[in-house]
Design a binder for this molecule. Sequence first.
Ligand SMILES: Cc1ncc(COP(=O)(O)O)c(C=O)c1O
Length: 371
Amino acid sequence: MCMIYWRVAVIPIARPLIGAEEKHAVLEVLDSGMLAQGRQVQAFEEAFARVCQVGHAVATSSGTTALHIALLAHGIGSGDEVITTPFTFIASANAVLYTGARPVFVDIDPRTFNIDPEHIEAAITERTRAILPVHLYGLPADMDPILEIAGRHGLVVLEDACQAHGALYRGRPVGSFGTGCFSFYPTKNMTSAEGGMITTDDAELAEKCRVIRQHGMRRRYYHDELGYNFRMTDVHAAIGLAQLDKLARFNDARQANAAYLSSHLSEVTVPYVPDGCTHVFHQYTIRVAAARREGIVEGLKARDIGSMIYYPVPVHQQRPYRDLGYRQTLAQAEYAAQEVLSLPVHPSLDTRDLEAIASAVNELSMGGQDA
Ligand SMILES: Cc1ncc(COP(=O)(O)O)c(C=O)c1O
């Protein structure tokens, strides 16, 4: 008889840390009988706004719906263009497509993997409405030039901060520069199981987001516009609130793990952190020679060490975008897709795990044999 079994990696690439606080908070909500969007969601919104140093936060069902709502609330839709990065999770660009607008991709800075502000201006047309930088892997995009270009051209700035809870750019939290969008998917720096958040200092915009989130409804069962059910439940918000309390500690642990890896990896290109940026290491992503990457992944797997390629195909080369006629070459994003490799960096790693990861990667990247 053929046995199929699932072998769990001893050092997984990600591991949500759910403790007694989250369990207790969820049970309290379940016992309360108030399960849908309610007091917990409001409390989570208020606490998250404080952490991001903004006036308003609007909780949503996911990071994708946060982006979708934020774009709609800015009036972005058919005929509009939004400048963004091709080197991201596909949701950043898909949210633009959902509104009927067109993502316009510009290449990345190969050192940071984030959108290269140098290329933005050349991509602006009379249809451009917004710039949507992504703080990839937990590293803030270079916001000063992005804000300067946006200001000069009257463009909206939407930050995809789905991977960057708590990251700082020149001492200020991401999500406070433009309209911020966060995800609480389980692998993120903090989770609510599924969920998202929009952050803004603009009270009117926050109100628009709330209306779109709830079927275009300001007064019960009077629908002023087309909206959606993109609400967060109180069960998810209760988990999110408990996790938010731990976010600083989680990020400290990620940063310490990243520092260990960067000082012990000798054969690969380790993450670059520009001056003025506080990286929160949602991912710890190295660059390796393209020809060696598969061997390293296989060698790590043989040692029960998880790794992942975020992302093997840039968005403009993904099938739905090819089908829409995207044909441009974005060389840096395309090279990065062939060379990046993310290693475990999550807060539950211990020193032995880190030693094992560093020595395995050093050995494998020199062409060492699998154990
Ligand atoms: C950069 C980026 N944008 C958007 C999203 C979408 O978030 P969610 O999965 O919560 O919809 C993610 C989540 O993986 C992401 O990493």
